[in-house]
Ligand binder design. Sequence first.
Ligand SMILES: O=P(O)(O)OC[C@H]1O[C@H](OP(=O)(O)OP(=O)(O)O)[C@H](O)[C@@H]1O
Ligand SMILES: Nc1nc2[nH]cnc2c(=O)[nH]1
Length: 185
Amino acid sequence: MIDTVAEMKQVMAEADCLVPNQQVQAAITALASAITERLEGSNPLVFCVMNGGLITTGQLLTQLNFPVQAEYLHATRYRQETTGGILEWKLRPEADMNDRIILIVDDILDEGTTLCAIADYCRAHGAAEVLTAVLVDKQHDRKCRPGLKADFTGMDVEDRFLFGFGMDYKGYWRNAPGIYAVKGL
Ligand SMILES: O=P(O)(O)OC[C@H]1O[C@H](OP(=O)(O)OP(=O)(O)O)[C@H](O)[C@@H]1O
Ligand SMILES: Nc1nc2[nH]cnc2c(=O)[nH]1
């Protein structure tokens, strides 16, 4: 355990800070205003995608100045790895989404498999419309659907393995106050 903590301190010491805290905060504020413009008055049901979406969703919610119903779901496909596998549902949405406008909030759109699967699930369960919001969109040509974009994107980032603001490295550093890239990845 002590070794793991030392390893994680080393990971942070050697990481590249791609987006400092202030810039991330500004991106979340811009996301909130775009979402407000589009969804104010439409009684949206917001789903946080656990675990990674926790911080983005939490900070975003406090900047939405209209009544919002917020819930969570849990789907994962990276676990403690740096490459994705098969999507595993740990907790499917429990709220009734029939005829509702759904907003799915996550930390990152990488290949997009996670967001697409969740959006498909919501549509199959009666959602009137499904919108997606992510803090970061990783730039590469491996999207699961060519040209895939979220409806609301905080910022584009380079094709590295990221941690911070909800994103983990081996389960750690979701709490890092910025967007960092692991050395060599
Ligand atoms: O666009 P994709 O390639 O599908 O990857 C994006 C997903 O990967 C991460 O989740 P992860 O599976 O690591 O689970 P976690 O949220 O518990 O970290 C992240 O939080 C997104 O949900
Ligand atoms: N922590 C983390 N999770 C991811 N899921 C998909 N891409 C990433 C990434 O770069 N970092």
